[in-house]
Design a protein around this ligand. Structure first.
Ligand SMILES: [Zn+2]
Length: 186
């Protein structure tokens, strides 16, 4: 297997990790056929041999841009936290492991945004009351809603951002969330 780098999250993909988070994909990677970054979920076209992370010029960002990216960090941490909790709560083993994998992908998205905006600390969000999600169906429905919200967020706010490569990253991550809608919507 050729060693590749994901130019969105910066992780190196090799034969030890290509299958990480496999439960978060409709078609998982195999050694012969890599289709996604196992860490952030982006498609094969962003996995490049000796690839360098997408560069952006932070000087082009104004206060509003930074606010949008800061909110994107919070949105992804919010969803990562939800999936972590949902994975503890789910009864079905497959649903459990899917939530766990989704959690780690959403946290990676938060990490990507943090890096873009130069944010060091992880935002501490208020603890949520999850007690109303007392079945796997309820957890899946809540997950699907959150993914739809994330896609809408990226679509709406990418138009306001003044740096084209960051707009591209918003687009690419939004496509990952679109697959999550499909995964959680069944
Ligand atoms: Zn990646």
């Amino acid at each position: 297997m050729v060693k590749m780098n994901c130019i969105v999250c910066g992780m190196g993909i090799n034969e030890k990790n290509y299958n990480f988070n496999k439960e978060a994909f409709i078609n998982s990677n195999s050694k012969e056929k890599i289709m996604y970054c196992p860490f952030c979920g982006v498609a094969i076209e962003y996995l490049i041999e000796d690839g360098q992370e997408i560069k952006y010029d932070r000087n082009k960002l104004n206060q509003n841009d930074l606010k949008i990216i800061d909110h994107a960090v919070k949105l992804e941490v919010f969803n990562g936290d939800f999936y972590k909790k949902a994975s503890d709560m789910a009864k079905d083993e497959n649903v459990k492991s899917m939530f766990k994998a989704l959690s780690s992908i959403e946290y990676m998205h938060a990490r990507i945004h943090k890096k873009i905006a130069g944010i060091k600390e992880i935002p501490a969000l208020k603890d949520m009351d999850y007690s109303k999600y007392n079945t796997d169906e309820a957890l899946l429905a809540a997950a699907c809603q959150r993914e739809k919200h994330a896609v809408e967020y990226y679509k709406k706010y990418k138009k306001e951002i003044h740096e084209e490569n960051i707009v591209k990253i918003f687009d690419v991550l939004s496509r990952v969330e679109e697959e999550h809608i499909e995964l959680t919507g069944e």
